[in-house]
Design a protein around this ligand. Structure first.
Ligand SMILES: Cc1cc2nc3c(=O)[nH]c(=O)nc-3n(C[C@H](O)[C@H](O)[C@H](O)COP(=O)(O)O)c2cc1C
Length: 325
C-alpha cells in the first residue's frame, strides 16, 4: 500500500475521500493515531466567497465521516463516532474509534459498494417519477442518520425555490469574486486531483426549465439537451442549526446519496440559493416550521456519468508519531 497505513484504515480513508464536496475542494484531513481517526476541517480548502462560514465544508466532512464508517462496517469493524470531541479545537469535526468485530449486514455491504459508484450527475434526467418505495428508502436513510428529508413536489414551495435559485444565480453571476472562485475550481483539464473537470459539467441549463442548475465550465460547449420538466426536489433538514448539525447533516446527506445510488437513482445539488445570504434567509423561511435546511437536491433517473478524481490518501493523511510522547 506504500504509505505504511494498515489496509483497513487505508481503505476507510480512501472511501472517505470519495465523499462529495463543493467544487470537489475536498476540505478534509485525516489524523491517524492507532485505532483512532480524526477528521479535521482543512481551512485552506474552504471556499472563501461561496462558503465563508465553512458550512458547506462541514457538510462535506460529515459526508466523509459517513463514508469512513461505511467502509469500516462493511469490513467487519464497529466504528463509533464522536462529533466535535474537543471544544478547544472546533475544526476537529469528528473522532472515529475502530472497535471490535461487527457482522456486516446486507445494507452495510450495499452502502460500501455504492461509495465508489456514487457521483453527482449534472446531466438531464429521464422524465420518470421516483416511485413511493424509493422515496421511503431515502426518507429512512436521512432519519437513520439524524436528519429529515423533505421531498418537494409541484407546489407553491417548489415554485418559490425555483425563483430563489434563479435570483441567487443572478446575484452570483454578477459577483466578480464568486466568478473568479468558480473559474478557479471548475472546468479543469484531465490530470487534476481536485476541482471539477470539464467533462463533469452538464449541457447548458434549460432557460425554460422549472429549476435552474448551476452551469459549470466545460458544459457551455456541449449541445443543448432538454432537462426534465419538474425534477423531484429534496431538502435535507435538521431540527437544530450550527456546526454540529452541519456535520450530522453531511452524514445524513451521504446516507441519502448512497441509498439513492443503491436504488439506481441519480442526484445533483442546487446550492446557489443557500450560498447567497438574502436567498438563504428566504429558503430558511420556507422551512421555518420544519427545521434548518442544509442542502437542496435534485433526484431522478439518468444515464450514469463518470466519477471524478480525488487526491490520493497519502496527501490527506497525517500519522501521529507516538514515539516522541
Ligand atoms: C455542500 C455541497 C454543495 C454542492 N453544491 C453543488 C452545486 O450547487 N452544483 C453542483 O453541480 N454540484 C454541487 N455539489 C457537488 C460537488 O460539485 C461534487 O460533489 C464534487 O465535484 C465531487 O464530485 P462527485 O460528487 O461526483 O464525487 C455540491 C457538493 C456539496 C457537498
Amino acid at each position: 500500500m506504500g504509505n505504511g497505513l494498515p489496509p483497513l484504515i487505508e481503505r476507510a480513508v480512501e472511501a472517505a475521500t470519495r465523499a462529495p464536496s463543493a467544487y470537489n475542494t475536498q476540505p478534509w484531513r485525516f489524523l491517524i493515531d492507532g485505532d483512532r481517526i480524526d477528521v479535521v476541517l482543512d481551512r485552506a480548502r474552504v471556499l472563501g466567497v461561496a462558503d465563508p462560514d465553512a458550512r458547506e465544508a462541514r457538510l462535506s466532512c460529515g459526508a466523509a465521516v459517513f463514508n469512513l464508517c461505511v467502509s469500516l462496517r462493511a469490513n467487519g469493524r464497529r466504528a463509533p463516532v464522536r462529533l466535535l470531541p474537543d471544544r478547544l479545537q472546533p475544526d476537529l469535526l469528528a473522532a472515529i474509534t475502530i472497535e471490535g468485530e461487527h457482522e456486516p449486514s446486507a445494507a452495510d455491504h450495499a452502502l460500501g459498494k455504492a461509495v465508489p459508484r456514487r457521483h453527482t450527475n449534472r446531466r438531464p434526467f429521464f422524465e420518470r417519477a421516483v416511485p413511493a418505495h424509493a422515496r421511503r428508502e431515502l426518507d429512512k436513510a436521512a432519519a437513520a442518520s439524524g436528519a429529515r428529508l423533505a421531498l418537494i413536489e409541484a407546489s407553491a414551495r417548489y415554485d418559490a425555490i425555483a425563483v430563489l435559485t434563479r435570483r441567487a444565480e443572478h446575484i452570483q453571476a454578477t459577483d466578480e469574486r464568486f466568478q473568479a472562485e468558480t473559474e478557479y475550481w471548475t472546468g479543469r483539464p484531465a490530470g487534476h486531483t481536485d476541482g471539477v473537470p470539464a467533462h463533469a459539467a452538464g449541457p447548458p441549463p434549460d432557460p425554460d426549465g422549472a429549476l435552474r442548475l448551476r452551469p459549470f465550465r466545460g458544459g457551455e460547449t456541449l449541445p443543448a439537451r432538454p432537462y426534465e420538466q419538474q425534477p423531484l426536489l429534496a431538502a435535507l433538514l435538521t431540527t437544530a442549526p450550527g456546526p454540529r448539525a452541519e456535520i450530522q447533516a453531511g452524514m445524513a446527506l451521504q446516507h441519502v446519496l448512497l441509498t439513492a445510488t443503491t436504488l439506481g437513482l441519480a442526484a445533483s445539488f442546487l446550492s446557489q440559493p443557500l450560498e447567497v445570504p438574502a436567498t438563504c434567509r428566504a429558503v430558511a423561511d420556507l422551512f421555518r416550521a420544519e427545521g434548518t435546511v442544509h442542502a437542496l437536491l435534485r433526484i431522478g433517473y439518468g444515464h450514469p456519468a463518470a466519477p471524478i478524481p480525488r487526491r490520493p490518501v497519502a496527501e490527506v493523511v497525517t500519522v501521529r508519531d507516538n514515539t516522541r510522547r
